[in-house]
Design a protein around this ligand. Structure first.
Ligand code: IFM
Length: 456
Protein backbone atom coordinates (compact mmCIF):
# COMPACT_ATOMS: atom_id res chain seq x y z
CA UNK A 1 0.00 0.00 0.00
CA UNK A 2 1.16 3.46 -0.81
CA UNK A 3 2.00 5.50 2.29
CA UNK A 4 2.91 9.13 2.22
CA UNK A 5 1.72 12.50 3.34
CA UNK A 6 -0.92 12.83 0.67
CA UNK A 7 -2.33 9.35 0.66
CA UNK A 8 -5.59 9.20 2.61
CA UNK A 9 -7.62 6.23 3.77
CA UNK A 10 -11.40 6.14 4.09
CA UNK A 11 -11.45 7.26 7.72
CA UNK A 12 -9.74 10.59 7.59
CA UNK A 13 -8.46 13.08 5.11
CA UNK A 14 -5.77 14.30 7.51
CA UNK A 15 -2.36 12.69 7.01
CA UNK A 16 -0.25 11.75 10.05
CA UNK A 17 2.16 14.59 9.42
CA UNK A 18 -0.59 17.21 9.28
CA UNK A 19 0.57 20.08 11.50
CA UNK A 20 -1.88 20.76 14.34
CA UNK A 21 -0.74 23.80 16.19
CA UNK A 22 -1.24 27.15 17.77
CA UNK A 23 0.31 30.41 16.57
CA UNK A 24 1.95 33.17 18.60
CA UNK A 25 4.29 36.11 18.09
CA UNK A 26 7.21 37.42 20.13
CA UNK A 27 5.95 40.86 21.20
CA UNK A 28 2.55 39.48 22.09
CA UNK A 29 3.84 36.72 24.40
CA UNK A 30 7.42 37.33 25.54
CA UNK A 31 7.16 40.42 27.73
CA UNK A 32 9.80 42.70 29.17
CA UNK A 33 11.18 44.18 25.94
CA UNK A 34 11.32 47.96 25.49
CA UNK A 35 13.42 47.94 22.35
CA UNK A 36 10.99 47.76 19.45
CA UNK A 37 8.70 50.30 17.79
CA UNK A 38 5.61 48.80 19.46
CA UNK A 39 7.05 49.54 22.92
CA UNK A 40 7.60 53.14 21.75
CA UNK A 41 4.05 53.26 20.35
CA UNK A 42 2.72 52.14 23.72
CA UNK A 43 4.81 54.79 25.49
CA UNK A 44 3.30 57.41 23.22
CA UNK A 45 -0.14 56.40 24.55
CA UNK A 46 -1.26 54.88 21.26
CA UNK A 47 -2.70 51.61 22.61
CA UNK A 48 -6.46 52.21 22.46
CA UNK A 49 -7.19 50.27 25.64
CA UNK A 50 -4.31 52.11 27.38
CA UNK A 51 -3.02 48.71 28.49
CA UNK A 52 0.63 47.91 28.78
CA UNK A 53 2.27 44.81 27.35
CA UNK A 54 4.20 44.34 30.62
CA UNK A 55 5.22 40.72 31.02
CA UNK A 56 2.82 39.61 28.25
CA UNK A 57 2.62 35.82 28.77
CA UNK A 58 6.08 35.85 30.34
CA UNK A 59 7.53 33.60 27.65
CA UNK A 60 10.95 35.19 27.75
CA UNK A 61 11.37 33.67 31.18
CA UNK A 62 9.03 30.73 30.89
CA UNK A 63 7.51 29.65 27.60
CA UNK A 64 7.94 26.05 28.60
CA UNK A 65 4.89 25.79 30.83
CA UNK A 66 2.72 26.99 27.95
CA UNK A 67 4.49 24.48 25.70
CA UNK A 68 3.35 21.85 28.21
CA UNK A 69 -0.21 23.11 27.83
CA UNK A 70 0.07 22.93 24.04
CA UNK A 71 1.48 19.43 24.33
CA UNK A 72 -1.35 18.36 26.65
CA UNK A 73 -3.82 19.28 23.89
CA UNK A 74 -2.10 16.83 21.55
CA UNK A 75 -0.55 19.48 19.31
CA UNK A 76 2.38 18.48 17.14
CA UNK A 77 3.38 21.98 15.98
CA UNK A 78 3.74 25.50 17.31
CA UNK A 79 4.36 28.76 15.51
CA UNK A 80 6.38 31.49 17.21
CA UNK A 81 8.37 34.46 16.01
CA UNK A 82 11.86 35.64 16.81
CA UNK A 83 12.22 39.21 18.02
CA UNK A 84 14.65 41.17 15.85
CA UNK A 85 15.07 43.86 18.51
CA UNK A 86 16.38 41.27 20.97
CA UNK A 87 18.69 39.53 18.51
CA UNK A 88 20.13 42.74 17.00
CA UNK A 89 19.41 45.34 19.70
CA UNK A 90 21.69 47.82 17.96
CA UNK A 91 22.59 47.89 14.33
CA UNK A 92 25.27 45.27 13.72
CA UNK A 93 25.43 44.14 17.41
CA UNK A 94 24.17 40.61 17.92
CA UNK A 95 22.97 39.23 21.21
CA UNK A 96 24.06 35.60 21.46
CA UNK A 97 22.15 35.20 24.74
CA UNK A 98 18.91 36.02 22.97
CA UNK A 99 19.68 33.51 20.22
CA UNK A 100 20.51 31.01 22.97
CA UNK A 101 17.09 31.54 24.53
CA UNK A 102 15.42 30.83 21.18
CA UNK A 103 17.51 27.66 20.87
CA UNK A 104 16.22 26.61 24.27
CA UNK A 105 12.64 27.25 23.19
CA UNK A 106 12.98 25.31 19.95
CA UNK A 107 14.61 22.41 21.78
CA UNK A 108 11.80 22.45 24.32
CA UNK A 109 9.31 22.14 21.46
CA UNK A 110 11.17 19.16 19.96
CA UNK A 111 11.34 17.51 23.36
CA UNK A 112 7.55 17.71 23.48
CA UNK A 113 7.15 16.34 19.96
CA UNK A 114 6.18 19.70 18.47
CA UNK A 115 7.46 20.98 15.14
CA UNK A 116 8.48 24.63 15.35
CA UNK A 117 7.38 27.07 12.66
CA UNK A 118 9.47 30.21 13.03
CA UNK A 119 8.35 33.61 11.77
CA UNK A 120 11.17 36.05 11.13
CA UNK A 121 9.10 39.23 11.15
CA UNK A 122 5.80 39.60 12.97
CA UNK A 123 5.08 43.37 12.92
CA UNK A 124 7.93 44.45 15.22
CA UNK A 125 11.10 46.34 14.25
CA UNK A 126 14.07 47.30 16.40
CA UNK A 127 13.97 51.00 17.26
CA UNK A 128 17.18 51.67 15.33
CA UNK A 129 15.64 50.14 12.21
CA UNK A 130 12.40 52.08 12.62
CA UNK A 131 14.45 55.29 13.02
CA UNK A 132 15.93 54.70 9.56
CA UNK A 133 12.43 54.59 8.11
CA UNK A 134 11.64 50.89 8.64
CA UNK A 135 10.72 49.10 5.42
CA UNK A 136 10.22 52.40 3.62
CA UNK A 137 14.03 52.70 3.49
CA UNK A 138 15.78 50.98 0.56
CA UNK A 139 18.51 49.58 2.86
CA UNK A 140 15.84 47.67 4.79
CA UNK A 141 16.07 44.78 2.32
CA UNK A 142 19.80 44.19 2.96
CA UNK A 143 19.38 44.67 6.73
CA UNK A 144 16.63 42.08 6.86
CA UNK A 145 18.70 39.68 4.76
CA UNK A 146 21.59 39.98 7.24
CA UNK A 147 19.20 39.32 10.14
CA UNK A 148 17.78 36.27 8.37
CA UNK A 149 21.23 34.86 7.75
CA UNK A 150 22.12 35.24 11.41
CA UNK A 151 18.92 33.64 12.66
CA UNK A 152 18.99 30.70 10.28
CA UNK A 153 22.70 30.20 10.98
CA UNK A 154 21.97 30.02 14.70
CA UNK A 155 18.67 28.11 14.72
CA UNK A 156 18.72 26.19 11.46
CA UNK A 157 19.45 22.78 13.01
CA UNK A 158 16.29 23.15 15.09
CA UNK A 159 13.87 24.43 12.49
CA UNK A 160 13.00 23.70 8.87
CA UNK A 161 9.73 25.60 8.57
CA UNK A 162 10.16 29.34 8.12
CA UNK A 163 7.68 32.13 7.66
CA UNK A 164 9.44 35.27 6.43
CA UNK A 165 6.78 37.93 7.03
CA UNK A 166 3.56 37.85 8.95
CA UNK A 167 0.75 39.68 7.16
CA UNK A 168 2.66 42.20 5.05
CA UNK A 169 -0.74 43.54 3.95
CA UNK A 170 -1.84 44.27 7.53
CA UNK A 171 1.54 45.80 8.37
CA UNK A 172 1.36 48.24 5.44
CA UNK A 173 -2.33 49.08 5.52
CA UNK A 174 -2.61 49.64 9.26
CA UNK A 175 0.75 51.41 9.54
CA UNK A 176 0.72 53.58 6.41
CA UNK A 177 -2.89 53.87 5.37
CA UNK A 178 -5.18 53.69 8.42
CA UNK A 179 -2.73 54.99 11.04
CA UNK A 180 -3.60 52.29 13.58
CA UNK A 181 -0.17 50.66 13.80
CA UNK A 182 3.19 52.41 14.01
CA UNK A 183 4.40 54.55 12.33
CA UNK A 184 0.79 55.75 12.36
CA UNK A 185 0.53 57.29 8.88
CA UNK A 186 -2.87 57.92 7.37
CA UNK A 187 -3.60 57.77 3.66
CA UNK A 188 0.08 57.50 2.61
CA UNK A 189 -0.75 55.41 -0.38
CA UNK A 190 2.55 55.76 -2.23
CA UNK A 191 4.67 55.12 0.86
CA UNK A 192 2.54 52.04 1.56
CA UNK A 193 3.29 50.78 -1.97
CA UNK A 194 7.02 51.41 -1.45
CA UNK A 195 6.95 49.53 1.87
CA UNK A 196 5.12 46.66 0.20
CA UNK A 197 7.70 46.60 -2.58
CA UNK A 198 10.55 46.39 -0.07
CA UNK A 199 8.74 43.67 1.87
CA UNK A 200 8.43 41.62 -1.34
CA UNK A 201 12.13 42.10 -2.07
CA UNK A 202 13.12 41.34 1.53
CA UNK A 203 10.99 38.20 1.46
CA UNK A 204 12.64 37.01 -1.76
CA UNK A 205 16.14 37.69 -0.40
CA UNK A 206 15.25 35.85 2.82
CA UNK A 207 13.86 32.93 0.79
CA UNK A 208 17.11 32.60 -1.12
CA UNK A 209 19.26 33.06 1.98
CA UNK A 210 17.40 30.34 3.87
CA UNK A 211 17.65 27.93 0.96
CA UNK A 212 21.37 28.58 0.60
CA UNK A 213 21.83 27.61 4.24
CA UNK A 214 19.25 24.81 4.27
CA UNK A 215 18.46 22.99 1.06
CA UNK A 216 15.42 21.21 2.51
CA UNK A 217 13.88 24.31 4.13
CA UNK A 218 10.16 24.96 3.83
CA UNK A 219 9.77 28.73 3.36
CA UNK A 220 6.65 30.82 2.92
CA UNK A 221 4.87 33.81 4.37
CA UNK A 222 1.61 34.43 6.21
CA UNK A 223 -1.05 36.19 4.17
CA UNK A 224 -3.97 37.74 6.00
CA UNK A 225 -7.08 37.14 3.91
CA UNK A 226 -10.34 39.01 4.46
CA UNK A 227 -13.59 38.18 2.67
CA UNK A 228 -14.91 41.54 1.48
CA UNK A 229 -18.56 41.99 0.57
CA UNK A 230 -20.24 45.15 -0.77
CA UNK A 231 -22.24 46.86 1.97
CA UNK A 232 -25.05 47.62 -0.49
CA UNK A 233 -24.85 44.94 -3.20
CA UNK A 234 -27.15 47.05 -5.39
CA UNK A 235 -24.63 49.92 -5.44
CA UNK A 236 -22.16 49.80 -8.34
CA UNK A 237 -19.81 52.03 -6.36
CA UNK A 238 -19.77 49.67 -3.35
CA UNK A 239 -19.21 46.71 -5.67
CA UNK A 240 -16.33 48.45 -7.40
CA UNK A 241 -14.72 49.51 -4.12
CA UNK A 242 -15.11 46.01 -2.78
CA UNK A 243 -13.25 44.54 -5.77
CA UNK A 244 -10.61 47.26 -5.49
CA UNK A 245 -9.91 46.66 -1.81
CA UNK A 246 -9.93 42.88 -2.30
CA UNK A 247 -7.22 43.16 -4.95
CA UNK A 248 -5.14 45.66 -2.98
CA UNK A 249 -5.40 43.93 0.39
CA UNK A 250 -5.55 40.24 -0.47
CA UNK A 251 -3.46 40.19 -3.62
CA UNK A 252 -0.61 42.69 -3.63
CA UNK A 253 2.12 40.61 -1.98
CA UNK A 254 0.94 37.26 -3.37
CA UNK A 255 0.86 38.75 -6.86
CA UNK A 256 4.53 39.72 -6.54
CA UNK A 257 5.36 36.11 -5.72
CA UNK A 258 3.02 34.64 -8.30
CA UNK A 259 3.94 36.75 -11.27
CA UNK A 260 6.73 39.16 -10.27
CA UNK A 261 4.40 42.17 -10.53
CA UNK A 262 5.16 45.20 -8.35
CA UNK A 263 2.45 46.33 -5.91
CA UNK A 264 -0.19 48.73 -7.16
CA UNK A 265 0.24 51.58 -8.08
CA UNK A 266 3.98 51.04 -8.75
CA UNK A 267 3.12 48.48 -11.43
CA UNK A 268 1.40 51.30 -13.34
CA UNK A 269 4.76 53.06 -13.58
CA UNK A 270 6.36 50.06 -15.24
CA UNK A 271 7.94 48.60 -12.11
CA UNK A 272 8.16 44.85 -11.77
CA UNK A 273 9.84 42.44 -9.36
CA UNK A 274 11.12 39.56 -11.50
CA UNK A 275 13.38 38.19 -8.73
CA UNK A 276 10.44 37.77 -6.41
CA UNK A 277 8.55 35.41 -8.72
CA UNK A 278 8.27 31.86 -7.41
CA UNK A 279 9.91 32.52 -4.02
CA UNK A 280 7.75 30.35 -1.80
CA UNK A 281 7.47 26.67 -0.93
CA UNK A 282 4.05 27.11 0.66
CA UNK A 283 1.38 29.74 1.16
CA UNK A 284 0.44 30.54 4.76
CA UNK A 285 -3.09 31.85 5.22
CA UNK A 286 -4.29 33.80 8.25
CA UNK A 287 -8.05 33.85 8.04
CA UNK A 288 -10.44 35.43 10.53
CA UNK A 289 -13.35 37.34 9.10
CA UNK A 290 -15.66 38.93 6.59
CA UNK A 291 -16.12 42.70 6.28
CA UNK A 292 -18.58 44.91 4.38
CA UNK A 293 -17.16 47.61 2.17
CA UNK A 294 -19.08 50.74 1.34
CA UNK A 295 -18.48 54.18 -0.15
CA UNK A 296 -18.63 57.24 2.14
CA UNK A 297 -17.88 60.88 1.39
CA UNK A 298 -16.84 61.33 5.03
CA UNK A 299 -13.57 59.48 4.73
CA UNK A 300 -11.32 60.95 2.02
CA UNK A 301 -8.13 59.80 3.81
CA UNK A 302 -9.12 56.18 3.48
CA UNK A 303 -10.07 56.59 -0.17
CA UNK A 304 -13.78 57.08 0.77
CA UNK A 305 -13.97 53.52 2.05
CA UNK A 306 -16.11 52.64 5.07
CA UNK A 307 -15.77 49.19 6.62
CA UNK A 308 -18.65 47.78 8.65
CA UNK A 309 -19.92 44.55 10.22
CA UNK A 310 -23.69 43.98 10.37
CA UNK A 311 -24.57 43.63 14.08
CA UNK A 312 -26.81 40.60 13.52
CA UNK A 313 -23.98 38.50 12.05
CA UNK A 314 -22.01 36.08 14.28
CA UNK A 315 -19.01 37.81 15.73
CA UNK A 316 -16.69 37.70 18.67
CA UNK A 317 -16.02 40.62 21.01
CA UNK A 318 -15.77 44.12 19.61
CA UNK A 319 -12.59 46.17 19.69
CA UNK A 320 -12.32 49.33 21.79
CA UNK A 321 -13.52 51.50 18.90
CA UNK A 322 -14.37 49.21 16.00
CA UNK A 323 -15.84 45.72 15.56
CA UNK A 324 -13.29 42.97 14.88
CA UNK A 325 -15.22 41.40 12.01
CA UNK A 326 -17.89 38.88 11.20
CA UNK A 327 -16.90 35.32 12.10
CA UNK A 328 -17.47 33.52 8.80
CA UNK A 329 -15.85 30.07 8.69
CA UNK A 330 -17.19 29.35 5.17
CA UNK A 331 -14.86 32.08 3.95
CA UNK A 332 -11.87 29.81 4.47
CA UNK A 333 -12.83 28.15 1.20
CA UNK A 334 -12.60 31.48 -0.61
CA UNK A 335 -9.16 32.10 0.81
CA UNK A 336 -7.86 28.64 -0.03
CA UNK A 337 -9.36 28.67 -3.54
CA UNK A 338 -7.89 32.11 -4.09
CA UNK A 339 -4.32 31.07 -3.30
CA UNK A 340 -4.58 27.66 -4.95
CA UNK A 341 -3.51 29.45 -8.15
CA UNK A 342 0.02 29.58 -6.73
CA UNK A 343 -0.01 25.76 -6.88
CA UNK A 344 1.77 25.36 -3.56
CA UNK A 345 0.90 23.50 -0.36
CA UNK A 346 -1.19 25.60 2.00
CA UNK A 347 -0.93 25.97 5.78
CA UNK A 348 -3.58 27.82 7.77
CA UNK A 349 -1.08 29.72 9.87
CA UNK A 350 -3.71 31.58 11.91
CA UNK A 351 -7.41 31.36 12.58
CA UNK A 352 -9.39 32.37 15.63
CA UNK A 353 -11.77 34.85 17.21
CA UNK A 354 -11.67 37.37 20.07
CA UNK A 355 -14.06 35.80 22.54
CA UNK A 356 -13.47 36.29 26.25
CA UNK A 357 -16.45 34.13 27.26
CA UNK A 358 -15.91 31.40 24.66
CA UNK A 359 -19.38 32.06 23.22
CA UNK A 360 -18.66 31.28 19.58
CA UNK A 361 -15.10 29.94 19.57
CA UNK A 362 -16.22 26.29 19.84
CA UNK A 363 -18.51 26.75 16.84
CA UNK A 364 -15.77 28.56 14.92
CA UNK A 365 -13.19 25.84 15.53
CA UNK A 366 -15.50 23.01 14.63
CA UNK A 367 -16.86 24.72 11.51
CA UNK A 368 -13.39 25.64 10.34
CA UNK A 369 -12.14 22.08 10.75
CA UNK A 370 -15.15 20.88 8.78
CA UNK A 371 -14.29 23.35 6.03
CA UNK A 372 -10.76 22.01 5.95
CA UNK A 373 -11.99 18.45 5.81
CA UNK A 374 -14.21 19.17 2.83
CA UNK A 375 -11.49 21.16 1.08
CA UNK A 376 -9.04 18.30 1.50
CA UNK A 377 -11.58 15.74 0.37
CA UNK A 378 -11.76 17.62 -2.92
CA UNK A 379 -8.00 17.48 -3.41
CA UNK A 380 -6.84 20.67 -1.77
CA UNK A 381 -3.25 20.38 -0.49
CA UNK A 382 -3.73 21.64 3.08
CA UNK A 383 -0.81 20.72 5.34
CA UNK A 384 -1.55 22.32 8.71
CA UNK A 385 -3.80 24.37 10.94
CA UNK A 386 -2.61 26.76 13.67
CA UNK A 387 -5.20 28.21 16.00
CA UNK A 388 -4.64 31.79 17.12
CA UNK A 389 -3.84 31.44 19.97
CA UNK A 390 -2.83 29.30 22.94
CA UNK A 391 -3.04 31.79 25.82
CA UNK A 392 -4.62 35.26 25.71
CA UNK A 393 -1.91 37.61 24.54
CA UNK A 394 -1.30 41.31 23.91
CA UNK A 395 -3.48 42.22 20.92
CA UNK A 396 -1.50 45.16 19.47
CA UNK A 397 -3.45 48.42 19.63
CA UNK A 398 -6.33 46.67 21.44
CA UNK A 399 -3.99 45.63 24.28
CA UNK A 400 -5.59 43.08 26.62
CA UNK A 401 -9.06 44.09 25.51
CA UNK A 402 -9.44 41.33 22.90
CA UNK A 403 -8.91 37.76 24.10
CA UNK A 404 -8.05 35.08 21.56
CA UNK A 405 -6.73 32.32 23.86
CA UNK A 406 -7.72 28.69 24.24
CA UNK A 407 -6.52 29.50 27.75
CA UNK A 408 -7.62 32.58 29.64
CA UNK A 409 -4.78 34.61 31.12
CA UNK A 410 -4.72 37.07 33.99
CA UNK A 411 -1.68 39.15 32.98
CA UNK A 412 -1.27 40.55 36.52
CA UNK A 413 -0.95 37.17 38.24
CA UNK A 414 0.06 35.14 35.17
CA UNK A 415 -2.53 32.52 36.04
CA UNK A 416 -4.17 30.57 33.24
CA UNK A 417 -7.50 28.85 33.04
CA UNK A 418 -8.57 26.52 30.25
CA UNK A 419 -11.51 27.69 28.18
CA UNK A 420 -13.87 24.92 27.02
CA UNK A 421 -12.54 25.41 23.48
CA UNK A 422 -9.16 24.01 24.47
CA UNK A 423 -10.65 20.59 25.28
CA UNK A 424 -12.79 20.74 22.17
CA UNK A 425 -9.78 21.48 19.94
CA UNK A 426 -7.90 18.58 21.56
CA UNK A 427 -10.82 16.23 20.97
CA UNK A 428 -11.31 17.30 17.36
CA UNK A 429 -7.64 16.71 16.65
CA UNK A 430 -7.83 13.24 18.18
CA UNK A 431 -10.89 12.42 16.09
CA UNK A 432 -9.40 13.90 12.94
CA UNK A 433 -6.30 11.81 13.33
CA UNK A 434 -8.03 8.52 14.03
CA UNK A 435 -6.96 6.16 11.33
CA UNK A 436 -4.62 8.71 9.79
CA UNK A 437 -2.15 6.99 7.50
CA UNK A 438 1.37 6.86 8.87
CA UNK A 439 3.90 8.93 7.08
CA UNK A 440 7.30 7.35 7.15
CA UNK A 441 8.80 10.42 5.47
CA UNK A 442 7.54 12.74 8.19
CA UNK A 443 8.75 10.50 10.98
CA UNK A 444 12.18 10.15 9.37
CA UNK A 445 12.46 13.92 8.96
CA UNK A 446 11.60 14.56 12.62
CA UNK A 447 14.10 11.92 13.78
CA UNK A 448 16.89 13.28 11.60
CA UNK A 449 16.29 16.76 12.94
CA UNK A 450 16.28 15.77 16.60
CA UNK A 451 19.47 13.76 16.11
CA UNK A 452 21.03 16.90 14.61
CA UNK A 453 20.24 19.16 17.54
CA UNK A 454 21.17 16.56 20.14
CA UNK A 455 24.69 16.58 18.71
CA UNK A 456 25.17 20.33 19.20
O1 IFM B 1 -2.95 38.98 17.05
C1 IFM B 1 -3.00 39.03 15.67
C2 IFM B 1 -1.73 38.52 15.06
O2 IFM B 1 -0.60 39.15 15.55
C3 IFM B 1 -1.77 38.70 13.56
N1 IFM B 1 -2.96 38.15 12.99
C4 IFM B 1 -4.23 38.46 13.61
C5 IFM B 1 -4.14 38.23 15.11
C6 IFM B 1 -5.48 38.54 15.79
O3 IFM B 1 -5.90 39.83 15.47
Amino acid sequence: METGPNHHNHKTVFPADFAWGVATSSHQVEGGNRNNQWAAWEQRGRIRSKDSVGLACDWWRNAESDFDRAHSLGLNALRLSVEWSRIEPQEGCWDETALGRYRQMLRALHERGMRPFVTLHHFTNPQWFEAKGGFAAPESVALFQRFTQRVVGALGDLCRDWCTFNEPNVYTSLGYFLGEFPPGFKGRFLVAARVMRHLCLAHAEAYRTIHTLQTDANVGWAQHYVVFKPRRPESALDRWLCGFIHRRFNDNFAEGIHSGRAPFPLNKFGQSLPDVKGTCDYVGINYYSRLRVGFTLRSPKTLFIKITVPPHKPQGDSGVEVPYGEAYPEGLRWAVDHFAQLKKPIYILENGVPDRDDRIRPWLIESTLNQMRSLMATGCDLRGYFHWTLTDNFEWNEGWHLRFGLFELDPATQTRKARPSSELYARLIREAMEGAPSSSQAVAAMEAMSQGWQKR
